[in-house]
Write a protein that binds this ligand. Structure first.
Ligand code: ATP
Length: 342
């Protein structure tokens, strides 16, 4: 079935299964989504991040044609959701954030019903997913717990072999072991060549699964990130010996010159006082960490800690509206962007 549906995708650019250009949704003067341009590549897992009300669901619903855009363009699997929403939905399995299922039906009946309804439906596959999620299918939906209903909705959505899955907070209401199972389902979808786009508030889930992520904030796409690049970024924190002199107008001079071959790898540095205990140094690095280790070892530092930068720090920066520290490293002859928080 997947092969049939795939062969009918008539996009000019088959690398992109989703593409939006300045996509905008307004309610009166309020922009729930403002000029959002992004691409999702075929075969990748793409994460959507952002605080409550950032516009994630609005974007997803525009892509499926459930909402009508105010302006801009969108293309999903070769179709414009504003004109061909039926064609789009034939190719997309969608888990809404508030999935509603027929309350009078038993779990098994629900799965069979949806598998028969969808052009890419596969009863055995949907039952297998329910089994993986350890779901009792003999219960009526009305008597299921919130988490059990979420598992049932997931089994419905993972059943059809569509080229694209769009999941709005797929692990909401699930216990940690089931969350892990859902993430491994997402990874297996990618292994089978399908594309997954999902939103989540759980940063560790995005880190474990996604190839690329987009951050939305107040309706705007404020940052895109390739996870592989993020994993190459580290934060070094340490204490600078108290007897080291910190020049007031150029605190970075306390660390001396950054060797020229390392300048492209030091993205930012902050020095802040710790009272009588010296000064706290924070250095963000980009790229392979190993060449910087020798330089770090030569500095008058102690209590050195090196951690992967992680999504959390990027998320915080986005949330606070801080400039993008995750892209181009910037240094001059001294360590760049030094600050003394006195
Ligand atoms: N029908 C509507 N009329 C007016 N404003 C709306 C409407 N639907 C959504 N909004 C607003 O659009 C903004 C984006 O909402 P959206 O549901 O896309 O956010 P979200 O990122 O999915 O949030 P969450 O993480 O809480 O699910 C919110 O401020 C919301 O209040």
């Amino acid at each position: 079935m997947l092969a049939n549906i795939d062969s009918t995708i008539h996009s000019n650019d088959l690398d992109h299964i989703v593409q939006t250009t300045e996509l905008t949704k307004r309610y009166g003067n309020f922009a729930a989504l403002h000029r959002c341009s992004l691409e999702v590549l075929r075969g990748e897992i793409f994460g959507l991040l952002g605080p409550n009300g950032a516009g994630k669901t609005t974007l997803i619903r525009l892509l499926l044609g459930y909402l009508h855009r105010t302006s801009g363009e969108a293309n999903v699997a070769g179709y414009d959701p504003a004109c061909d929403s039926v064609e789009v939905r034939r190719r997309v399995a969608y888990l809404p954030g508030d999935a509603r299922l027929p309350r009078h039906m038993r779990g098994r009946g629900v799965l069979e019903f949806f598998a028969q309804m969808h052009p890419c439906g596969d009863v055995q596959r949907t039952l297998d997913v329910a089994n993986r999620l350890d779901l009792d299918l003999s219960r009526r939906v009305a008597f299921m717990s919130t988490g059990m209903r979420q598992k049932l909705a997931l089994a419905v959505v993972f059943g059809p072999r569509t080229p694209l899955l769009i999941l709005d907070e797929p692990t909401a209401n699930l216990d940690p072991s089931v969350r892990g199972e859902v993430l491994s389902l997402v990874l297996s979808e990618r292994d089978e060549g399908r594309t997954v786009m999902f939103s989540s508030h759980v940063l560790s889930e995005i880190e474990q699964t996604c190839d690329r992520v987009a951050f939305l904030r107040r309706g705007e796409l404020v940052r895109k990130l390739v996870m592989e690049d993020l994993f190459q970024r580290h934060r070094v924190t340490a204490t600078l010996n108290p007897d080291v002199f910190i020049p007031e107008h150029d605190p970075s001079a306390a660390l001396g010159e950054v060797p020229s071959d390392l300048r492209g790898q030091i993205a930012a540095c902050q020095i802040s006082p710790l009272g009588t205990r010296g000064n706290r140094v924070q250095i963000d690095t980009a790229g392979d960490l190993s060449p910087t280790l020798g330089w770090l070892a030569s500095l008058p530092l102690h209590h050195v800690r090196i951690e992967p930068l992680g999504l959390h720090s990027v998320y915080e920066a986005v949330h606070l509206g801080q400039p993008d520290m995750s892209s181009v490293p910037q240094v001059d002859s001294r360590v760049a962007a030094s600050e003394v928080a006195r």
